[in-house]
Design a protein around this ligand. Sequence first.
Ligand code: FES
Length: 102
Amino acid sequence: MKKPKHHIFVCGSFRAAGGPQGVCHKKNSLGLLQYLEGELADRGLTDVVVSSTGCLKVCDSGPIMIVYPEGWWFGRVEDEAAVDAIIDALETGKPAAAYLIA
Ligand code: FES
């Protein structure tokens, strides 16, 4: 198996005892996950894997998406423009400062 160049984790707010309940899910993070995957495909970024996660414990800044191996944590990813900024960061190597939380 070839490792992906980037791995994007999208907070799905899942809790150990059940389904998604947190801030990110309520602000449509999983809907944006679908948009993210579509945009990556449209741009031909086939070496990026997207996964949904449980709560990442920074709910106040949600919705959260994080990118590895860069270690970029993006917050307030509330719309398609924010997702576009994250994909732009993958292509340019420069994270969108407006959304970086760590
Ligand atoms: S629900 Fe996303 S960080 Fe907690």
